[in-house]
Design a protein around this ligand. Structure first.
Ligand code: ZN
Length: 332
C-alpha cells in the first residue's frame, strides 16, 4: 500500500483507497498548452497548479490499477514555487551548497522515496528550459508533459522496489555506475511511455523524443541517457498484440526492455577501442578472453538481476547529512 504525500501543499493521496473524485476536471487541465504560463489557471498559485497536474496523473494510475509496488509513503515536493525558496536557493549556491533537487526540472531520491517537481513546467514559452521544449513538441499540453515526467520518476522508485538492494561501503567504479544508471533510465523511460500509451491510445510512439535522444548520443554512445532503442519496444504487448495493462507484467517487461537497450549500447561501446578496455576494466568480470561480447554482456546482466541495485551506504549517508560530496551526481 502506498500513500502519496504532497508535502508542499499538505495533502495526501492514498492510492489503495477506492477512487473517489477527480481533483479538477481533466478537460480543464488537459487543455493547457505548454508555454502558456500564468495565462491559464490565473487565480491559482504555482504549487496548487502543480498539485492539480501531478495528483491527476497519479489518480489515472490509481483508477486503472497501474500504481506499481512502491514504498509505503512517497513524498512529492514542489520546487521553485515561492520567493522565499528562490532566495534560499541563491544563498545556498553562494555557500557552495547547490541542492540536487534544484538542478533538475524533476528528479527522484530513491533513498527517501521523494519526487521533486519544479514549477519550470508552468513557465511561459520563452522561459521554458530547452529539454522541456522538446517534450512540448512531442506532447503539447502541460498535463501530458507532467504525466510523462512524473511517470518517469515513479519508474525510478518502482525499479528500486522491484529489484533487490545490496549495500556496499565502497565506491562503485564510475563506468560500472554509468552502465547501471543506463539500465535504470531505460526502465524509467519505458515505464513512463508505456503509461502514456495506455492513457493516450492515439499516441503509441514518441518519435520526437526518440530522435532527440539518439542525436544526443550519436558521437558518444557511452552515456546514461542512451535509451532511445527502448522506444521501439514500447508499448509492451501480450502475445495477442494487446497493450499490457497488468502493472506487474509491465514492470517486469520494462526491465527486459531496459536490459535489451543496455546490451545494444554495451555492444556498440565494446566495438570501440576507446571504451572497450574501460568497460572491461570497470566490470572486472574475470571471464575468459575468448568469450564473445554478447555472452559477456549477458553474464553481467545475470549478475545485475541477482544482485539488484547496489547502494554505497557511505554516499547515501553523506547525502542525507547535507554533505556536498554528491553534487556531481547525475539526475535520476
Ligand atoms: Zn531518470
Amino acid at each position: 500500500m502506498t500513500v502519496f504525500n504532497f508535502v508542499t501543499v499538505g495533502k495526501t493521496l492514498d492510492v489503495d483507497l477506492p477512487f473517489v473524485e477527480k481533483v479538477q476536471s481533466e478537460q480543464e487541465t488537459d487543455a493547457v498548452e505548454l508555454g502558456e504560463g500564468i495565462k491559464s489557471f490565473q487565480s491559482t498559485s504555482l504549487q496548487d497548479r502543480l498539485y492539480v497536474h501531478t495528483s491527476q496523473a497519479i489518480q489515472f494510475l490509481q483508477y486503472n490499477y497501474l500504481v506499481p509496488p512502491l514504498a509505503p509513503q512517497v513524498d512529492v515536493v514542489f520546487t521553485n514555487v515561492s520567493l522565499k525558496e528562490k532566495i534560499g536557493k541563491v544563498i545556498n549556491s553562494l555557500l557552495g551548497r547547490g541542492l540536487e533537487q534544484y538542478q533538475h526540472n524533476a528528479c527522484a531520491d530513491p533513498e527517501t522515496s521523494t519526487i521533486y517537481f519544479s514549477s519550470a513546467y508552468l513557465a511561459l514559452k520563452e522561459k521554458l528550459p530547452a529539454e522541456i521544449q522538446i517534450l512540448a513538441l512531442e506532447l503539447g499540453t502541460v498535463q501530458k508533459v507532467v504525466e510523462r515526467e512524473l511517470f518517469h520518476e515513479i519508474g525510478h522508485l518502482a525499479i528500486r522496489k522491484h529489484l533487490r538492494r545490496k549495500e556496499v561501503d565502497s565506491s562503485i567504479h564510475p563506468f560500472e555506475q554509468r552502465i547501471r544508471e543506463n539500465i535504470e533510465e531505460g526502465f524509467a523511460d519505458s515505464f513512463s511511455l508505456h503509461m502514456m500509451a495506455i492513457k493516450y491510445p492515439d499516441q503509441q510512439s514518441f518519435p520526437v523524443l526518440r530522435r532527440h535522444i539518439q542525436e544526443q548520443v550519436k558521437n558518444d554512445p557511452f552515456q546514461v541517457i542512451n535509451v532511445y532503442r527502448a522506444y521501439d519496444d514500447i508499448p509492451l504487448k501480450d502475445s495477442n498484440g494487446a497493450v499490457l495493462k497488468d502493472v506487474n507484467q509491465i514492470v517486469a517487461g520494462c526491465l527486459e526492455v531496459a536490459l535489451k537497450n543496455n546490451k545494444a549500447m554495451l555492444l556498440e561501446c565494446l566495438a570501440d577501442n576507446f571504451y572497450r578496455p574501460q568497460i572491461k576494466g570497470s566490470l572486472n568480470l574475470m571471464l575468459s578472453d575468448s568469450i564473445d561480447d554478447g555472452a559477456y554482456v549477458d553474464h553481467f546482466h545475470n549478475h545485475y538481476r541477482k544482485e539488484g541495485i547496489v547502494v554505497n551506504i557511505k554516499d547515501a549517508r553523506a547525502k542525507h547529512f547535507g554533505s556536498n560530496a554528491n553534487t556531481a551526481k547525475k539526475k535520476v
